[in-house]
Design a protein around this ligand. Sequence first.
Ligand code: GMT
Length: 373
Amino acid sequence: MNIAIVCYPTIGGSGIIATELAYGFAEYGHQIHIVSYSPPFRFNKFNENIFYHNVNPVNYPLFEFPLYTLTLTAKVAEIVENENIDIIHCHYAIPHSFSGVVAKDIVSDFRDVKVVSTLHGTDVTLVGTQPTFRKIVSYALNKGDAITCVSEFLYHSTIREFSPSKPIEIIHNFVDTDEFKRVENAQLRNRFASESEKVLIHISNFRPVKKVEDVVYAFSEIKKKIPSKLILVGDGPEMPKIEMQIKKLGIFKDVYCLGEQSSIAELLSIADLFLLTSEIESFGLAALEALSCGVPVVCYDVGGLKELVLNDVNGYLVEFGNTNLLAEKALQILKDDSRLMKFRKNAREIVIEKFDKRVIIPRYLNLFKNLLS
Ligand code: GMT
């Protein structure tokens, strides 16, 4: 198949999943055309079956606002024509699914290209339901050929908010378990913590929705009960506030702010626990990557997180906003090495069984094949 993948290039789960799918589809011998406004940040290995197409801005004094949706639509239509595209796979409804269905219409006289929308989260839960976008998202979903959601939670939210006329398939997010696996590195671990200290980690884009302040507060409580260090990976609008909080709590020497990093598996491999305090998380790809590296997760019980974090099996889910309980549950794991080891093993096993790329990628390919047959 010739597949166009339309996605955001920025750091975030939807761009990661889109890029990993590109590599995954390419491994099965399909020709992939990624369309975005810059190369996705995990698109960093050459593959002869993957082509990248940049959407270039068109400037003209009359255009006070950038016309990204139009230039994207034009680019997708052009690629469908030039590359004999069979499937346009759109990640995130706005504007990608919209551009996908308009491009489909533009080429409809000579090509019956199929449009698949993969919904990731805020395109349904926060952004898509704003009055300005609701009709556009609804239109894009109904005019496309198939819809997938990355979690059961998102499936129900989509039905509730948009009741699309098409059936929706739940295809969970996935991880490359060959890349995201624990490789012990005592030297690296010693760089951050002594033998007797535990290492906690949080990775996100530091947007308000992640509530990273709860991670920091919970850590300050944990630190009082067990010697430990916190590693913060990522960057975003909340970072200045978080740095101030770290100073105020007097834990400056115990928290490492590493900014954006590319060697995530290496960092996860030195961690004992992953803390996630999002207000909403349709899936929580960062948590899945942690579990894949055998790092138990303690998080709020929101959105689709309960589909991967199983209470008392590979981590704990606690009621939203209860930072004291978050710290308590983290301590239950950190203070009990046999529990930590059991959770670590469970974490890896569940990911391999249910969320490995080898389990999930064929599900997308089957969907595409069925649409084309
Ligand atoms: O929706 C967003 O704000 C960004 C988006 C992204 O690109 O990271 O995140 C969503 O998609 C991820 C990949 O499917 C999910 O793992 C995240 O849970 C989801 N974010 C939210 O629901 C807040």
